[in-house]
Design a protein around this ligand. Structure first.
Ligand code: ASP
Length: 360
C-alpha cells in the first residue's frame, strides 16, 4: 500500500517537472530574440504647443525623458522584470514637476491635487489602481501595492491613502504637489469658466466652443510600457488628470482597459488625452482585442483608434504601446506628445533610442 502511494507520488512529481520544463521552454523567447527588451514612455499629449516651442524647453523635456528611460533600461538590461521597469520609470516622471503626475500635477476646480494611477502585469493580468488620492507621493507605487497586497483592483480617496500608509508607502502633505505653473493654469481655467457661464446664460455657447474651452485647459499624464527579456509585458500610467476637474472626477488612467492595459498575448498600452473619450472607447482593451481576435497589427489598430475614432467623437490625445513581438506604436492626434523609447533586438544588436515631442 505504502509503495503504491509512493509510486503514484513519484509519477505525479515527474509529470509536474516535465510540465513545468515544457512551460518554461514555451515561455522563453526564441534564440534570435534573446536579450531583447523594449521600454516606451510618454509625458503627456495636449500640453505641448508649437507656439510655445523653445530650444530651452525642449532641452529640459528631452533630458527628463532620457533620465526616465535610463532608469527603466537599467532594470531591463540586467534581465529585470517589465513590471519593475515600468514602475521605476513612472516614479521618476512623477517626481519631475514638468509633468502632470505626482509633483506638478494639475489642480481640481477646488484647488486640490487629486491623483490617479494604474499598473498592470501582462504575465498574469494582475492589475492595481488608485484614484483621487491627495497625499501619496508616488501613486504608481500605491497602485502596485493594490495589485500585489490587496484583494482589490481599484482603491479610491481616503481608503486608498489609508491602505498606502499601512503598506509603508511614502505619504506627503498635499502641499508637496503644488507648483506655481499649474496653479496659474487653474486660475486661467477659472477665468474661462466665468466667461463660459456668461455665454451659457445668454445661450450663446455652442458645444463645439465649449469643447475648445475644455481643450484649452490642457492636460498631460505620464506612462511607461515595457517588454522584458522573458517576453513579459507591463504597463503603468500616472496622472493629475484634467486641469479644473470637478466633483471627484476620475479619468481613464486608473481604469483598466481604458487608459492602461497589458496582456502578454497581445500588447501593453498607456494612454494620455481627454480621459472621458478614452473611457467611452475602452481604448487600450479595444486595441488589444483587435490584435487578439482580428489579427490586426498594433500599428493599424492603434492608428485607427487614436487618429480616427477618438477625434470623431470629439476627443484628442495619444498613447504608447509595445506588442508581444516588440513592435512599438506612439500615435497622437494633438500637436505633440512627449515620448521616447529605448530598445535592443538581441544581445548582439545595438541599443536604439529616440526621444521626441512634436510630429517631426
Ligand atoms: N488622460 C488623463 C485624464 O483624463 C489626462 C491626460 O492624459 O492628459 O485624466
Amino acid at each position: 500500500m505504502v509503495n503504491i502511494v509512493q509510486n503514484n507520488a513519484m509519477r505525479i512529481g515527474i509529470s509536474l517537472l516535465v510540465l513545468s520544463f515544457c512551460f518554461q521552454l514555451s515561455a522563453q523567447p526564441k534564440k534570435e530574440f534573446q536579450g531583447r527588451y523594449v521600454l516606451v514612455i510618454h509625458g503627456g499629449a495636449g500640453t505641448i504647443l508649437r507656439s510655445q516651442r523653445t530650444a530651452e524647453l525642449e532641452k529640459k523635456y528631452t533630458a527628463s525623458l532620457e533620465e526616465a528611460l535610463a532608469v527603466g533600461q537599467s532594470i531591463l538590461e540586467k534581465g529585470g522584470k517589465a513590471i519593475d521597469a515600468v514602475e521605476a520609470t513612472v516614479r521618476v516622471l512623477e517626481d519631475n514637476p514638468l509633468f502632470n503626475a505626482g509633483k506638478g500635477a494639475v489642480f481640481t476646480h477646488e484647488g486640490r491635487n487629486e491623483l490617479d494611477a494604474a499598473i498592470m502585469d501582462g504575465r498574469t493580468l494582475a492589475a492595481g489602481s488608485v484614484a483621487g488620492v491627495t497625499t501619496i507621493r508616488n501613486p504608481i507605487t500605491a497602485a502596485r501595492a493594490v495589485m500585489e497586497k490587496s484583494e482589490h483592483v481599484l482603491l479610491s480617496g481616503k481608503g486608498a491613502e489609508q491602505f498606502a500608509k499601512e503598506q509603508g508607502i511614502e505619504i506627503v502633505d498635499p502641499s508637496y504637489f503644488y507648483t506655481p505653473e499649474r496653479w496659474r493654469s487653474l486660475q486661467r481655467a477659472l477665468e474661462r469658466d466665468s466667461l463660459k457661464q456668461l455665454k451659457q446664460q445668454a445661450s450663446l455657447l455652442k458645444i463645439a466652443e465649449e469643447n475648445e474651452l475644455i481643450k484649452k485647459d490642457r492636460y498631460g499624464t505620464v506612462g511607461a510600457v515595457a517588454l522584458d527579456m522573458e517576453g513579459n509585458l507591463a504597463a503603468a500610467t500616472s496622472t493629475g488628470g484634467m486641469n479644473n476637474k470637478k466633483w471627484g472626477r476620475i479619468g481613464d488612467a486608473p481604469i483598466i482597459g481604458a487608459g492602461t492595459y497589458a496582456n502578454n498575448s497581445t500588447v501593453a498600452i498607456s494612454c494620455t488625452g481627454w480621459g472621458e473619450y478614452y473611457i467611452r472607447l475602452v481604448m487600450a482593451k479595444t486595441i488589444s482585442d483587435q490584435i487578439e481576435y482580428t489579427n490586426r497589427s498594433l500599428q493599424d489598430a492603434a492608428n485607427e483608434m487614436v487618429m480616427v475614432k477618438l477625434p470623431k467623437l470629439g476627443g484628442d490625445g495619444g498613447l504608447i504601446a509595445v506588442d508581444k513581438s516588440g513592435n512599438i506604436a506612439m500615435p497622437f492626434c494633438t500637436e505633440g506628445m512627449y515620448r521616447g523609447y529605448i530598445k535592443r533586438e538581441n544581445y548582439n544588436a545595438p541599443i536604439q533610442k529616440e526621444v521626441a515631442m512634436f510630429k517631426d
